[in-house]
Ligand binder design. Sequence first.
Ligand code: PLP
Length: 431
Amino acid sequence: MTSPETAPLPPAPTLRERDRAHVWHPYGPMPGRTDPLVVRSARGVRLTLDDGRELVDGMSSWWAAVHGYRHPALDEAVTRATGAMSHVMFGGLTHDPAVALAERLVALTPEPLEHVFLADSGSVSIEVALKMCLQYQRARGRPGRTRMMTWRGGYHGDTFGAMSVCDPEGGMHAAWSGFLPQQVFADRPPSTYDPAYDEHLRAVADAHADEVAGIVVEPVVQGAGGMRFHDPRHLRALREIADAHDLVLVFDEIATGFGRTGTLFAAEQAGVAPDVMCLGKALTGGYLTMAAALCTPAVATAISAGEAGGLMHGPTFMANPLAATVAAASVDELLRRDWAGEVAALGAGLRESLAPARDVPGVRDVRVLGGIGVVQLDHPVDVPAAQAAAEEHGVWLRPFRDLVYAMPPYVTPADDVLRIGGAMVAAARVA
Ligand SMILES: *Cc1c(COP(=O)(O)O)cnc(C)c1O
């Protein structure tokens, strides 16, 4: 006979069931349409799942984990940092991790960038950059300059200011119409150099110069807006336009920074420096959330002399010491290794292994730049089918829209790069 004490308990809900009950995932409904994979641990370039399978990571956890997972130097940095302090507010206080990181970023980035605002995510660093543009113009006696100029096809984050400069179609502007500030959009940059496009940029700026505070773009690679590449020379035109109208030029290097495109920063390929540069994603090697908005003395001086008396931003977790320590360790680790050789090897491996994708029906374009590989289809990807095909190849991919793409950790061994490319081709076949 079973008493209440001995009756078998209902089976404990699985992690997946608990996830479905309570946890939102990015851009998803509640509960999710498909079950996420459960990651038990991650080490090197491999994710270990709850069922024991290992997948090679093709995504670097959205551009961030450039050194792979559980890197000894970065693990050590976090442990060391927790021994000194957890977090302290940054108003009226400072600490070595923040200063040491800021010094490294100033040394690494193009020369005129000297001042660093540490924010807590990429999107927030874009908000800070937009404030820099507006406060700069206000301080210069031009309070009517309250809009931003950008080009179509961009992605700058999910907060409202950032969303307002994302691509108006792919960026879901329609969902927020009536709430988003109306920005000034130029056409999407062409994939190969076109002098007529520079003229178009000039014409847009000329038409709106009185109301525009700054220009914000992703240099060389437009990431989540469509994984498109453009000729760096168009960035020179933007520099000239910004100078001609005294606009603040912002480069969003949140995805492109720290070597991903083959140069340490994509701006270097154009031979121009922005007035403001945003960094994030790989900044902490994928360990903790942190971003930075760097600016020139001209921008900082103007803002500081303005009516507001300073830059009007100050997140609670600004300059978090744990994140700053691991970010400095990540920068040191990058510079210690031959990151340029690693990124070039990624590119070579992706180019070789993606070549067969050109013959796959439904594939519109195959392109590789730095450590980024893209297979673009002529229709939306069947994501579950594509992911299943990649998993069969032992690879983690996260396609979106019409894109199967990868930006593997820089430390990915050559055979794993080929495996990632093979998985992308397989994904494109079934997608
Ligand atoms: C990811 C990304 C952002 C937003 O960063 P979050 O940390 O996700 O807020 C902004 N700009 C670019 C180019 C990005 O790739």
